[in-house]
Design a protein. Structure first.
Length: 268
């Protein structure tokens, strides 16, 4: 009886201690910080996306086809589709990058150079993972600081905008963040019934390409240790159960997409 009473007192004291600690936390302040950070991310996204307006591709077939890929991936993974905002731009670099507030930039040459729709879907999944895991804001806050980010949107500093884009597009994420994006991308692909080995295939092709004009492109140079990534992607993929793989696009749509982009890239 005494033992039970003693245990009850201990439990009560622990509960009271936890409750007292929780009351000391300034929850209102925390929520205010989160609201301000969300607003900052939205304004940064709006600021940075303007840099791509001049090269934005308006071709309806191209945009609708990429939208269908993104929609399929989001739906299969219960990702809020309106939070992912793809934009295709005319550019000769093999690149794709995620910006704050869910903006996803896909370069025309990247689509042209991918060998299959699975490879393109894999790259899109990788960038969506960066968005979903909030890697972009973490990277910017770490590298330039919160106060600099805030001052850039209040002062509309074009020099800062260029610097932020350089940080996002041409320097590597932390190795752990990059691996998180890779592994989450594989999960996204599997749930969408897309063969995840496409990501490994694309990275492997880049790792053995000796063409300096290709090696120096930003998407490649910002993703270091390609061979190591290929190995853990293959291992992780094989350890996961999957349903029968399916195409998102039919072959004629995929071929027309590449043909439309080739035509756009040849235009002045």
């Amino acid at each position: 009886m005494k033992k039970s009473l003693f245990q009850g007192i201990i439990i009560a004291l622990v509960f009271i201690s936890i409750w007292l600690c929780l009351t000391q936390i300034k929850w209102v302040s925390i929520f205010e910080i989160e609201k301000k950070t969300d607003r900052l991310e939205k304004e940064l996204g709006e600021l940075l996306i303007k840099e791509f307006e001049k090269t934005k591709i308006e071709n309806i077939f191209v945009t609708n086809t990429i939208d269908s890929l993104v929609t399929k991936i989001c739906k299969a993974n219960q990702i809020d589709r309106k939070n992912i905002k793809p934009q295709i731009i005319k550019n000769q670099e093999i690149n794709a990058l995620a910006l704050p507030d869910g903006h996803l930039i896909i370069y025309s040459s990247l689509i042209s150079k991918t060998k299959s729709q699975e490879e393109l879907a894999a790259i899109i999944c990788h960038e969506i993972a960066h968005i979903q895991l909030n890697h972009i804001m973490k990277k910017l806050i770490t590298e330039v600081g919160l106060s600099v980010l805030i001052s850039s949107i209040t002062g509309n500093n074009s020099e800062s905008t260029g610097e932020f884009l350089k940080i996002i597009s041409s320097s590597a994420f932390d190795r752990n963040l990059e691996k998180d994006a890779d592994l989450n991308a594989i999960d996204y692909l599997l749930k969408a019934k897309i063969n995840p080995e496409a990501l490994a295939n694309f990275l492997y092709a880049l790792s053995i390409d000796k063409n300096n004009d290709v090696i120096n492109l930003s998407w490649i140079s910002s993703h270091p240790e390609l061979e190591k990534r290929v190995n853990y992607i293959i291992k992780y993929s094989k350890d996961k159960e999957h349903a029968k793989f399916q195409n998102i696009l039919n072959n004629s749509t995929w071929e027309k997409l590449k043909a439309e982009l080739n035509k756009i890239e040849l235009e002045n």
